[in-house]
Design a protein around this ligand. Structure first.
Ligand code: TUI
Length: 312
């Protein structure tokens, strides 16, 4: 019922992409999501190429379905990671935190699908001109590095501005969010926070529990003063960040406070002083489920919602 152009372009059953979350989105999670019929994505984050290559190999062992790699363009290893993804012939690349323009032609030549995250209409237009296959319009409800506009405002404006398919991201975790995204003109959705709480996600249980415990106002954006705004769960680290920012601390001091904190939260389970990146939708997530159940529950609910809407 919900087959869209995104399913055709990416060769998947459900028009759902799993966000490429650094440290969280490993080969195991990506393979589980792809095996469930959506597009699993490995998050390259700030990792060196060898690490990313090992995750790609792991995913290839665990699934024969298509999967992607998200390349975080602020990474110091971006060139070598691009090279590995090229050599491994990963079928889909998503990008975040910048403009992937200079890499597009190389990947187009080998048929890799390129789907950048865009926080604005201007970047969406520019990316369309440069030949990308679709764009992910990500609202500020998302976890991690965020733009300014909300999903509700951004998605329809991007849909009106470009002719390529638009994927909505930010604040979506269930059938209601999925149907809303379609109503805004999106042809698919990208989900991050809800997949952190997938059974197959290898993130520390403390990280998952922080999301499950969070309420509607459980996240905050820090780092606006450094130009790298990041949404994370309110914890001791977030409060320390807010305090330093209120005191107009230097960018260097703030960056020192943030360094290595995401890995500390995801891998070591330090949810007090680690960076527990998560979206505003955390308050909706009540437990751990297999990736397959997360996806099928969304589509069961979506079908019900559509039928209810038709009966109005
Ligand atoms: O990239 C993300 N989410 C992320 S990346 C990340 S790792 C990180 N850690 C510390 C500081 C910064 C990053 C954690 N979460 N989402 C996709 C996304 N991309 N959101 C916003 C953007 C974006 C922002 C500006 C995309 C393009 C852009 O363009 C600027 C330009 O160059 O035109």
């Amino acid at each position: 019922m919900f087959k869209t152009e995104i399913c055709e372009i990416l060769n998947i059953e459900y028009p759902v992409l799993q966000g490429g979350m650094a440290w969280v989105a490993t080969g195991e999670l990506a393979a589980a999501v792809s095996n469930a019929g959506a597009l699993g994505i490995i998050g390259a984050g700030n990792a060196p190429a060898e690490f990313v290559k090992a995750e790609i190999r792991k995913a290839k062992e665990l699934t024969d379905k298509p999967f992607g790699v998200n390349i975080m363009l602020l990474s110091p290893f971006v060139e070598e990671v691009m090279q590995v993804v090229f050599e491994e012939r990963v079928p889909v690349i998503t990008t975040g935190a910048g403009n992937p323009g200079k890499y597009i032609s190389r990947f187009k030549e080998i048929g890799t699908k390129i789907i950048p995250v865009v926080p604005s209409v201007a970047l969406a237009r520019k990316m369309e001109k440069e030949g990308v296959d679709a764009v992910i319009a990500e609202g500020t409800e998302s976890g991690g590095h965020v733009g300014e506009l909300t999903t509700m405002a951004l998605v329809p404006q991007v849909v009106d501005a470009v002719s390529i398919p638009v994927i909505a991201a930010g604040g979506i975790a269930d059938g209601r969010g999925f149907v809303s995204a379609l109503a805004l003109g999106a042809k698919g959705v990208q989900l991050g926070t809800v997949f952190v709480c997938a059974e197959e996600c290898t993130a520390h249980e403390n990280y998952k529990n922080s999301i499950i415990k969070a309420g509607d106002r459980g996240t905050v954006v820090t780092g606006r003063s450094t130009g790298h705004p990041v949404r994370l769960i309110k914890n001791k680290l977030a409060r320390e960040f807010e305090k330093l920012e209120a005191e107009n601390a230097s960018v260097e001091d703030l960056e020192r406070l943030g360094a290595g904190r995401l890995k500390a939260a995801v891998v070591d389970g330090d949810t007090d002083f680690g960076s527990v990146m998560a979206g505003q939708i955390s308050g909706l997530i009540k437990g751990i489920k297999p990736a397959k159940a997360i996806i099928t529950d969304i589509f069961k609910d979506a079908e019900k919602i559509i039928n209810e809407l038709k009966a109005l």
